[in-house]
Design a protein around this ligand. Structure first.
Ligand code: ATR
Length: 277
């Protein structure tokens, strides 16, 4: 019997750690599967996906810049994918219909609450950015019942729209959206969900938002302390974490959807932190 086939699709894709992570999970849980990386042409994502499943492929992860297209082309969506407006996981359901899920938010919440031991309940949380990455994690963050969740973005209207979109899931959480200069008070957690660091920038937020207990979380990852986490430290806050744990946890959640078994993530995170992958 040939191994079941999985892949991650993106453009570019050569930097992706997903093949390494999933191969590690497969060995650990004894699954007969192969996981590769596919670079889809920018105008050829749908054909790439259709071709992959036509050849008998079992599941795909989807990364930049195709997560919205994956969401759009799916015939079915899980409720969390529906709200996220983007999908990072595709598979065929029992009727053979292309189904989209989004495990990014679960990955972030597991990394924060379990790996870092940071309970979100009743905390004041600030999230910077209002693009696809932030939209994908708002539902799972709200499900942890923070006291406040403030979305702040360079383009304030996008932050306000996201706050409105998720108002029905806010429960007792004070959910609001604003620009970087409209944020008030100190926060327990500041999550950087912007792509500013790709241009070597930091979101221009006030140092007054950082207190001695404030920690940063950078959805980007790096072998060094990320510039954003360094900034939080320099303002007198605590050392935060980067997005390696989120990357591995979202992968584990996808793996569990496909294979019905949840791999252990701690050894994979530790290996990536020490330079493997
Ligand atoms: P992603 O899928 O990574 O979320 P995106 O949808 O393009 O990508 O969103 C990028 C986010 O980073 C946006 O919130 C963007 O702000 P705008 O909505 O104002 O464009 C934010 N961003 C990008 N470059 C930035 C910079 N140099 N400073 C601050 N925010 C930036």
């Amino acid at each position: 019997m040939t191994d079941d086939l999985y892949a991650v699709v993106g453009n570019p894709i050569s930097h992706s750690k997903s093949p390494w992570i999933h191969s590690h999970f497969a060995r650990q849980t004894d699954q007969a599967m192969e996981y590769t990386a596919i670079q889809a042409p920018l105008a050829g994502f749908e054909d790439t996906v259709t071709g992959f499943f036509d050849r008998g492929g079992k599941g795909l992860n989807v990364t930049v810049p195709f997560k919205e297209q994956a969401w759009k082309m799916a015939r079915r969506r899980t409720p969390r994918a529906e709200k996220a407006g983007a999908a990072n996981t595709l598979f065929l359901d029992s009727e053979g219909l292309l189904t989209a899920d989004n495990t990014d938010g679960k990955g972030l919440v597991v990394d924060l609450t379990i790996n870092s031991g940071f309970a979100l309940t009743d905390r004041r949380v600030l999230i910077l950015g209002a693009g696809g990455a932030v939209r994908g994690v708002l539902g799972p963050l709200l499900a942890e019942h923070p006291r406040a969740l403030v979305i702040a973005n360079r383009t304030p209207d996008k932050a306000r729209s996201l706050a409105e979109l998720f108002a029905s899931e806010a429960g007792a959480t004070e959910l609001s959206g604003c620009g970087f200069d409209g944020i008030e008070g100190e926060f327990d957690l500041i999550i950087n969900g912007t792509s500013a660091s790709l241009q070597g920038d930091l979101p221009p937020i006030s140092p007054s938002l950082v207190g001695p207990e404030t920690r940063g979380y950078d959805m980007m990852y790096s072998h060094e302390v990320t510039p954003f986490n360094r900034w939080v430290l320099d303002q007198g806050g605590r050392l935060g974490t980067d997005g390696v744990g989120m990357l591995v946890e979202q992968a584990a959640e996808s793996f569990a959807i496909w294979r019905g078994v949840h791999p252990e993530t701690a050894p994979v995170i530790a290996a990536l932190r020490s330079g493997a992958g």
